[in-house]
Ligand binder design. Sequence first.
Ligand SMILES: Nc1ncnc2c1ncn2[C@@H]1O[C@H](COP(=O)(O)OP(=O)(O)OP(=O)(O)O)[C@@H](O)[C@H]1O
Length: 232
Amino acid sequence: MFLTINNIKKSFGSGDSRVDVLKGINLSMERGEFCVLLGPSGSGKSTLLNIIGGIDAADEGDICIEGERMADMKEKKLTAYRRKHLGYIFQMYNLIPNLTVRENIEVGAYLSDKPLDVDELLHTLGLYDHRKKLPNQLSGGQQQRTAIGRAIVKNPDILLCDEPTGALDYQTSKDILKLIETVNQKYGNTVIMVTHNDAIKDMADRVVRLRDGMIRKDYRNEHKIPAEDLEW
Ligand SMILES: Nc1ncnc2c1ncn2[C@@H]1O[C@H](COP(=O)(O)OP(=O)(O)OP(=O)(O)O)[C@@H](O)[C@H]1O
């Protein structure tokens, strides 16, 4: 198995204010799988994503990527691993304001020893004609596409997406979902996407639903719907 998540537990605070956010999460994923993580607000989705991404540490349990336990990696190795193998896409784009679209994407490329071709990627992202613009000269959708470019130019094994369409309108959200679908199919990255939008589950290979810090549903989609045909 490519990614295994074993009995992950996490709480915040202590004493009376202690909140048990994840209460024993078990999940295994194949390479290239597109997984959507759903659940009500506060159910622990972002916390789980951050633990998978090594941004936050679990209290108990472990995560193995290709058989290697993240907990066994020393800080330096973990940082190198995160840089090389994980890509993040957030609701907030966090682009560098004084760098152009192309330069923002190149920042991601420098972190990898197997980066994708930046010009080809600019075409895939529909950003080639905008490559010389600064972030404040772009629409929200174009900024998010640039952020996706920065995350995937490294050709990461795992692409972690936290509400990537949260700040976008309907049509732009669909365009971004189509782009993530294309990236997953073209480059074979494993995608884990946290969302509030139930409709998005139909485009995923795998649907995981959290409630109160536990997995309540976990199934594979027999009949995926292309992002283009999703409606909400
Ligand atoms: N650093 C932190 N310190 C204290 N509590 C935290 C921290 N991070 C998250 N929490 C709490 O953990 C719980 C789960 O948060 P998390 O962001 O994982 O939920 P979520 O399912 O992603 O929610 P949403 O859909 O609203 O983003 C919430 O009750 C939140 O307040």
